[in-house]
Each structure stands twice: as structure tokens, then as C-alpha cells.
Design a protein around this ligand. Structure first.
Ligand code: IFG
Length: 546
């Protein structure tokens, strides 16, 4: 079936567009009639094989996708038509940015009626069933319509649309067309509300630009939370005005003795804003009471001995502890948490709580009790590594499970009293684990994690005594003891992060490792187009061009 390209605005159509304030006068686009050679074949086709055309490339797998046998082709004059909301306009600009770079087309974005051949982004028309993060994506020969109830859902629908376009659409340089989208209807929404990644910027420091690059990668897979591990033994990475040495001195080194670095509060706010523009919420972590050598080295008065230890550039854990009996300790965390909370629009502050081997059990329980009260006093909700269940978690405190086993008695007991769990089992989700013994980067303490291990578990039925209703979602931590560059981040993150993202988004009914291999393989050419140096897992057949 061949046909003339979708109509473009008739010459001279009075379309005047100016972005923000969004003054738009868009004349009704005169739609040239579509001339279809072999129009008879344009009838809807809902056969299973046609359905494969749209769903064998999507990660995460959508709730449902039905092909209609049509094909949409983005024409050089096609535009993006949004509703009048600033959010839809911004999402239109995001999509246009990606399309302009790779198609070389102008891709105008305007508020108003969607003419033939356009891509329409609308914060209306979606079924309530897709909730706040889901969407309805409808593709016909004459246009694409993404509808959602809330901006996050519209943004997620745009990610799906990008995955339905040829992989080279993700290139930063102009590529040849045609820019086709297989026709059909995708109805989609997430299984879990919390779908996260963590970047450890304490062991090695990563710049704002590097974090933004990571955020852009996470957005492709509908991840909606970024946990930044901002402090540890080797580095303090966020400026705190009331304790300036934390960043100025405590941020001055890293694992291996490098220069380290830190975010000014303006830097941190820029990361928060950039993440928000990708519908990702920042979760800052100040790890307490252990993993605190950088803070202790920065202020002698924080130490029980009154003497500051030297800064630490190794990779041991469990040797440091804030001084629980000291009154100044609580002034310290109150002021740190207070400044961080004021910079963090999201509801969570992560207080760490892991590996406090140098804190007595009694002191640990006392400290976590106080720390939770302080976070709550600043209007935030606590996330802590699951050891916080050895203290008395507040009812709202979320326990992030990082153990390598399928049971934890204290956690299960807390869950029985209502604690919610964020699933990060180290032997499934820790992106700093080697893929195989031959992997240069990474560690092995939690085991080797290749694609099938990362994908092969059910977050809603993994931990004894922790049923799906107690699970907030999943998070894939990337610890950076062995990670120094963005290329290192790419290599350890891809292809495993999409597996964790799928476990967080897709219905368990779609879980199928063979189908996942095919869909994950289809991501390879996209990562290549984006310059992401991923690990070519031998468990996946990577198509040519990937
Ligand atoms: N465990 C430590 C991390 C990091 C990690 C590396 C947690 C919660 C091992 N704590 O994971 O600081 O060192 O795989």
C-alpha cells in the first residue's frame, strides 16, 4: 500500500506561532485528501502478527497494545499540537527537541487543533484507568494522539512514541527517514508508583551535567525517582551553609584520592529542576549514623573523641559513626536535614542507616528514633535502608531492602505493622555488580548480575512476609567504588536498568524472559544512536545496527 504523504498545511495557511506566553493563532489546517493507492488494504487489521509490530520493541512492556495495520509517517512539515497547558507545551518542546535533532525537520510546537499528520499531546481524553502516570497512545495513518490525565502520563506516552519510531530517532545528528510509527492503540499505566534509580555521587563525584545525562537515560524507561547518595565515608557532596566544611573539606576527595567535588545548593536545585522536567523526583540521601567519615573529618566536635579523623579514600565500610550521646549531633542533623528539605520538593529524605557496625544497637535505635523525628519536623517522610527496622520505624518510614536473600525477619515484622518496602535486593538490582567474572568494572559480593538475573524476579512476591500491597516499588542502585566516568555508568547501567524499570512498570502478566530479550535487544540500536556504551550481554540477540 502506498499513499501520498500526510497533508501539510496549504501554502499561506495563516499559522502564527509564538511560544510562551503561548499566543497561538492556528488556522484550521486544510487537509488535502489522502490519496491511498490500494486504499482497500487500509482496513483496520487487528491480527496477532500486526500486534507484534508495536509491542516487540517496547520497554517497559505496556499494559495493552493493539495494532491497526496502519502506518503513520512523520512528514517534514508535521508539527506537534498540544492543548493549552504549559505542561503539555513543555512536553511538546521536549519531543520536538528529540525529533528536530534526528529528522532535521522544523517540528513546530503549537497549542491548538491537531491538523492531519500532526502529533497531538493532550491532557484530556484518557480513561481514568490509566491514572496519573499512564496514557493512551493512538496512531493512525493521519496522526498520532497521546492523551493522559496528568503531565507525567503524557511524558511517559511520549517515551513510548519515541520507542515506536525508528531507533535512529534518538540520534543527535540528522538521519535519513522515513520516520514511521506502526499504527495502533497503546493503553498503559504503571504497576508500582515508585520506580527508581540511585547514583552514588559520594564514592566518586559526578558533575551536574553527568547527573543530567543519567536523568535523560532514566526517563526513557519511565523511571520516576532518582536517589542521590550524597554523603559517605569518602565524600560529602552537598553544600550545607550552616556547616560549610562538610563540602569544602569533606567534599575534597574520593575513592582513590581524586579531587572529589560537591554540589552548591544552586547546583542541587538545578538537578532537582531538570529531573522534574523529566517527571523524576529527587530523593537525597545523607547516610547516618554510619558512613559518616567525611562529616567526622570535617568537624572535630562531631567526634566523641573531639578529634577529627583523616579523610578516607579507601572502600571499607562500617568503621565510622556519628557520636550518638553528643547533643551537637542532633543540632548537626537538624540543620543538615533542614537545609536539604528546603531544597527538596519531593516528599522523601533518605537517612541511610546501613552498615552502622561502629554504632551500638542501643545507640542505633536511639539515633534512628531521633533522626526520623527531625525529618518529620521538616515536613518530609523518611526512607532508610532496611536496617532501620532494627530501630522503631515511624509508620510512614519506608524501608529500602538491599539484602541478598529472600527473607529478613525484622523487615517482615515491621511490614506486619504497616511498614512499606522499596525493593532493591542487591543480588538482583545492584548495578555495581559485575555482569560476569570477566567484567572489569564492579564488585561481586552480592553475586554476578546479567540480564536474566536482573529481570528474573517478582518485586511483589520476592520477600517472605512482604506482599505486593506492602511494596512501593523498585530501585536500582549504582554504587561507585569502581565507577569513575559516564562511560562506566553507561556500561553498568545498560542493559540492566531497563530490566528493573520494566519490573517496576509492567504488569506481572507480561513477564516473559524470551519476549523481554527481544524487546531489550530492540533497545540496542537506540543506545548506539545515543552514544551509550552498553554491555552486549550474551543473553540477548542484539540486532544489526546495535
Ligand atoms: N553496601 C553498602 C554501600 C556500597 C555497596 C556496594 C548498601 C546499602 C555495598 N550499603 O548497599 O555503601 O558500598 O555494593
Amino acid at each position: 500500500m502506498s499513499r501520498t504523504p500526510s497533508p501539510t498545511p496549504a501554502p499561506g495557511s495563516p499559522t502564527v506561532r509564538r511560544r510562551g506566553p503561548r499566543l497561538v493563532l492556528v488556522a484550521a489546517l486544510t487537509a488535502a485528501s489522502l490519496v491511498w493507492a490500494g486504499a482497500a488494504s487500509a482496513l483496520p487489521d487487528t491480527t496477532a502478527t500486526a500486534a507484534a509490530a508495536t509491542t516487540d520493541v517496547l520497554v517497559p512492556a505496556p499494559v495493552s497494545s493493539v495494532a491497526n495495520g496502519a502506518t503513520y509517517t512523520l512528514a517534514s512539515a508535521a508539527g506537534i499540537a498540544t492543548d493549552a497547558s504549559p505542561e503539555a507545551g513543555a512536553i511538546g518542546d521536549y519531543l520536538a527537541g528529540v525529533l528536530r535533532a534526528s529528522t532535521g525537520f522544523a517540528v513546530p510546537v503549537s497549542a491548538g487543533a491537531a491538523g492531519n499528520g500532526s502529533i497531538a499531546l493532550q491532557l484530556s481524553g484518557a480513561p481514568g484507568s490509566v491514572g496519573d502516570e499512564g496514557y493512551l497512545l493512538t496512531t493512525t495513518a493521519t496522526g498520532v494522539v497521546v492523551q493522559a490525565n496528568r503531565p507525567a502520563g503524557l511524558f511517559h506516552g511520549v517515551q513510548t512514541l519515541l520507542q515506536l519510531l525508528p531507533p535512529r530517532v534518538m540520534s543527535g545528528t540528522v538521519q535519513p527517514g522515513p520516520w514511521t510509527v506502526p499504527g495502533g492503540t497503546v493503553t498503559d499505566y504503571p504497576r508500582f508508583t515508585h520506580r527508581g534509580a540511585m547514583l552514588d555521587v559520594a564514592r566518586h563525584f559526578f558533575t551536574v551535567a553527568q547527573v543530567k545525562r543519567y536523568i535523560d537515560q532514566l526517563a526513557l524507561y519511565k523511571v520516576n525517582q532518582l536517589h542521590l547518595h550524597l554523603s559517605d565515608d569518602q565524600g560529602w557532596r552537598i553544600a550545607i551553609n550552616s556547616w560549610p566544611n562538610l563540602a569544602a573539606y569533606g567534599g575534597g576527595t574520593a575513592v582513590g584520592g581524586g579531587p572529589g567535588g560537591y554540589y552548591t545548593q544552586a547546583d542541587y536545585s538545578a538537578i532537582v529542576a531538570y529531573a522534574a522536567s523529566r517527571y523524576i523526583t529527587l530523593i537525597p540521601e545523607i547516610d547516618l549514623p554510619g558512613h559518616t567519615n567525611a562529616a567526622l573529618a570535617s568537624y572535630a566536635e562531631l567526634n566523641c573523641s573531639g578529634v577529627a579523623p583523616p579523610r578516607y579514600t579507601g572502600t571499607n565500610v562500617g568503621f565510622s559513626s556519628l557520636c550518638v550521646p553528643l547533643e551537637v549531633t542532633y543540632t548537626f542533623i537538624d540543620q543538615v536535614i533542614g537545609e536539604l528539605a528546603a531544597l527538596t520538593p519531593g516528599q522523601y529524605i533518605h537517612i541511610g542507616g546501613d552498615e552502622a557496625s561502629s554504632t551500638t544497637a542501643a545507640d542505633y535505635a536511639t539515633f534512628i528514633g531521633w533522626a526520623q523525628q527531625i525529618v518529620a519536623a521538616h515536613g518530609k517522610t523518611v526512607i532508610g535502608w532496611h536496617e532501620v527496622t532494627h530501630a522503631t520505624p515511624l509508620p510512614t518510614t519506608v524501608a529500602q531492602y538491599w539484602g541478598p536473600t529472600t527473607s529478613d525477619a525484622a523487615l517482615a515484622a515491621a511490614v506486619a505493622k504497616g511498614t512499606k518496602v522499596l525493593m532493591s535486593p542487591a543480588n538482583k538490582t545492584y548495578l555495581d555488580m559485575k555482569y560476569t567474572r570477566r567484567t572489569k568494572l564492579g564488585q561481586t559480593w552480592a553475586g554476578l548480575i546479567d540480564v536474566d538475573t536482573a529481570y528474573g524476579w517478582n518485586p511483589g512476591a520476592y520477600l517472605a512476609g512482604v506482599g505486593e500491597s506492602s511494596v512501593l516499588g523498585v530501585e536500582a542502585p549504582l554504587w561507585t567504588e569502581t565507577v569513575v566516568t559516564s562511560a562506566d555508568i553507561d556500561y553498568l547501567t545498560f542493559p540492566r536498568l531497563p530490566a528493573i524499570a520494566e519490573l517496576g512498570w509492567s504488569p506481572w502478566s507480561t513477564h516473559n524472559v524470551t519476549a523481554f530479550h527481544q524487546r531489550l535487544g530492540a533497545q540496542g540500536p537506540r543506545w548506539k544512536a545515543m552514544g551509550i556504551g552498553y554491555y552486549r550481554s550474551t543473553q540477548v540477540t542484539w540486532p544489526t545496527g546495535s
